[in-house]
Design a protein around this ligand. Structure first.
Ligand SMILES: NC(=O)C1=CN([C@@H]2O[C@H](COP(=O)(O)OP(=O)(O)OC[C@H]3O[C@@H](n4cnc5c(N)ncnc54)[C@H](OP(=O)(O)O)[C@@H]3O)[C@@H](O)[C@H]2O)C=CC1
Ligand SMILES: CC(C)CCC[C@@H](C)[C@H]1CC[C@H]2C3=C(CC[C@]12C)[C@@]1(C)CCC(=O)[C@@H](C)[C@@H]1CC3
Length: 362
């Protein structure tokens, strides 16, 4: 019933309207966005619909109510848009497999897959590092990347995976693998676009501890892993028409960032944040601005994209948005090794889920 809410609306339409919807559905580009019910993901959806009214947009979210509210808000500004919902908890591998099956049944191709859902659970600001950073001569770098400032408390999911790794990376990896038949269509190219971060740091990632069980910066590690994985996807799938890119939305005020400090502190420092924006173009601050690079990529020929760079959403002091590339600190050897490890992990997870089903049936 959840995923069929578009259909319910259509039932009440005339036959003629229905036929035109079906005709459009056959021609419009298909875009799926994970974590589309708030923040950068929702702002991206707004921008995509403003650009292309024929789009078939699918919001993949874990929370039914929030997803329905997001769809409603999109339909208020774009009443004729084709917006459907799919339930997807990207941190649960069973949910990923179920959602992918539903997507394969619903669409015969996928043009854009935005892997945007992400978490940073129980973030803690290291105040000592913050004060040190302020007077280190690298304050602007610290403000634009949050490097070394944030630690998080991770947990373990029902699949036995680290939650941050499962949500920010592995669930999305499994989704891409499952949607391969829709993404890799002969004579047709598709884009996979990861919402990574400039917080991604090589030193927080280790091939010996992919899930970052040992460390306290799982967010940074998972984002660095997404940069590596995007490169590996390009190496494996470009010949089949699939192109992968990573972006950083800059510092955006969303549920994720509001979770970092108590709300009264945000209220107090907000004027300072707007001031800092004069010195660093990475303080995009609004979800609309943060979605700039995601939207920019939507307009690009995928063949023209560089797999070694990250696309950054930037906003000038005067409030103008633009996208700039920065070379990532990644290499093919580590990227290939990560990919092999993820394939191994995928096998294990699939087996575990299958064995679980058999146990359950007994
Ligand atoms: N805000 C910032 O400054 C920056 C953000 N980013 C990245 O941007 C992306 C979007 O975050 P942002 O808009 O800021 O924050 P929000 O918290 O507003 O958005 C995150 C979205 O991801 C969804 N999500 C989280 N976990 C899951 C899950 N298990 N399954 C499905 N959906 C899930 C959330 O759904 P729900 O509402 O149900 O929790 C929400 O819709 C993230 O990947 C984040 O890491 C990167 C750099 C900077
Ligand atoms: C008065 C307070 C002690 C001031 C603390 C400021 C910090 C909370 C921010 C300074 C730079 C910010 C930042 C992020 C979060 C909040 C800060 C650390 C991010 C890490 C959020 C998520 C991302 O992915 C990054 C790109 C952000 C970079 C900057």
């Amino acid at each position: 019933a959840y995923i069929g809410s578009t259909n319910r609306r259509q039932c009440s339409r005339t036959r003629c309207e229905l036929l035109s919807v079906c005709r459009m559905a056959r021609t419009g580009r298909v875009v799926l966005v994970t974590g589309a019910n708030s923040g950068v993901g929702l702002a991206l959806c707004e921008r995509l619909l403003s650009d292309d009214a024929q789009l078939q947009l699918c919001l993949a979210c874990r929370n039914e109510q929030k997803a329905a509210a997001a769809r409603q808000s999109l339909l208020i500004s774009h009443p004729k848009a084709h917006v459907s919902l799919i339930r997807l908890d990207v941190g649960s591998m069973r949910s990923v497999l179920r959602a992918a099956e539903e997507i394969r049944q619903r669409y015969n191709r996928l043009d854009y897959l935005y892997l945007n859902a992400g978490i940073m659970p129980s973030p803690q600001v290291d105040l000592r590092a913050f004060y040190k950073g302020l007077f280190s001569g690298k304050a602007i770098h610290m403000f634009s990347t949050g490097e070394g400032l944030l630690t998080q408390k991770d947990s373990v999911t029902a699949d036995g995976l680290q939650q941050v790794f499962a949500t920010n990376l592995f669930g999305h990896f499994l989704l891409v693998r499952e949607l391969e038949p829709l993404l890799c269509q002969p004579g047709h190219s598709s884009q996979v676009i990861w919402t990574s971060s400039s917080n991604a740091r090589r030193s927080t990632f280790s091939l010996d501890d992919l899930q970052h069980k040992q460390g306290v910066e799982p967010y940074s590690s998972s984002k660095y892993a997404s940069d590596l994985l995007s490169l590996a996807l390009n190496r494996h799938y470009n010949s089949q028409g699939l192109y992968s890119s990573v972006i950083c939305p800059g510092l955006v005020m969303t549920n994720l960032t509001y979770g970092i400090l108590p709300s009264f502190i945000w209220t107090l420092i907000m004027p300072i944040m707007w001031l800092i924006r004069i010195f660093t173009n990475t303080f995009t601050l609004t979800p609309y601005n943060g979605a700039e690079a995601l939207f920019w990529l939507f307009k690009q020929k995928p063949e023209s994209l560089d797999p070694m760079v990250k696309y950054h959403s930037l906003t000038s002091g005067l409030g103008n948005n633009y996208t700039r590339t920065r070379k990532m600190e990644i290499d093919d050897t580590t990227s290939a090794a990560l990919y092999e490890n993820l394939l191994e992990m995928e096998k294990m997870v699939r087996k575990k889920l299958k064995d679980g089903d058999v146990e359950h049936a007994k």
